[in-house]
Design a protein around this ligand. Sequence first.
Ligand SMILES: [Zn+2]
Length: 346
Amino acid sequence: MNRRKFVAGVLSTPFVLSTRAFAQAPVFIGDMHTHSFFAESKYHFRPLAKAMASGNASLIAWSLVGDLLWFDVKTYKEKSKPAPGETFGWFQRELNRIKGHIAEQGLSTVRTSKDVDLALQGKPHVLLSVEGASFIENDAGRVKSAHDAGIRQIQLVHYTSNSLGDIQTSPGQHKGLSEVGKRVVTECNRLGVLVDLAHCSEATTKDALAVSKVPMVWSHGSVTKAKSPATEGPVWRRRQLSLDLAKEIASKGGVVGLWALAPDVGRTVEGYAGRMLELAEWLGEDHVAFGTDINGLGLYATMKEFGEYKAIIEHWRRKGVPETRIAKLAIGNYARVLKAAMDART
Ligand SMILES: [Zn+2]
């Protein structure tokens, strides 16, 4: 038998075929924090269904920026105070536009944990989330309006101070989570909305950990081994989570997402993939997920397209990362915590 015939013979055996089929099985992706377009004036033309398919992404949190109009996008400082009702109006308008794009794209949104199961099987779903719940103002009852409108993940705070609690990047005024903030966490638990702690000050995070009955996420950022994050210097250093606090989130079953921010994780997707593995060593493989902040980091983004998830999975496979760990980091951990929050609904 010549070499060509021999190779052809080996490749045609069922065993080899099934091994190859296994090796090529797509790994579906969940991402706890992405954006697609922001203000009315800036439409990021990214047909979402195609973009998601390019990376096998099937569980994407699309985050509406709840305080976008009230902070300076270059300095991340508050630039004006919203008038009463203004943040709620913005939230409703922006959410309608997001939902319009999702409908136009023929994509499904995550409403129940059954939808999360479908996403785990590869059927693309978008999870509606909000970054900075300024729209609540002083009315925790608005969690229900948000839930009724399809929101399933609420990040309590962002770059402007709101009535819920203190943030990482400016001095606090509530000494942690406010009474309204506590009611919001309780409402989220009751309705089955995942609470996102990203941007919360240390005190706010600890208060929320004490109040919440279900695991929560820190959707995007990174972890520092320093005792506490920097209080000055680049904003991203102030946005970090101390390892101790990250471990507290994990010990309650929660998940920490790593952002793809070049000054922090480096310019290459391989660098990002390596940092994910490092974080999994620090917190345990059940407590880390994607939180890329894709389309939200501008010039500082390590990842610009959903298609780049594939290079991360390939990198992990080349490094010999077990498939079970890849599945957890890629989508499983986010799916688990999301289902836990939704199923705890009372
Ligand atoms: Zn953010």
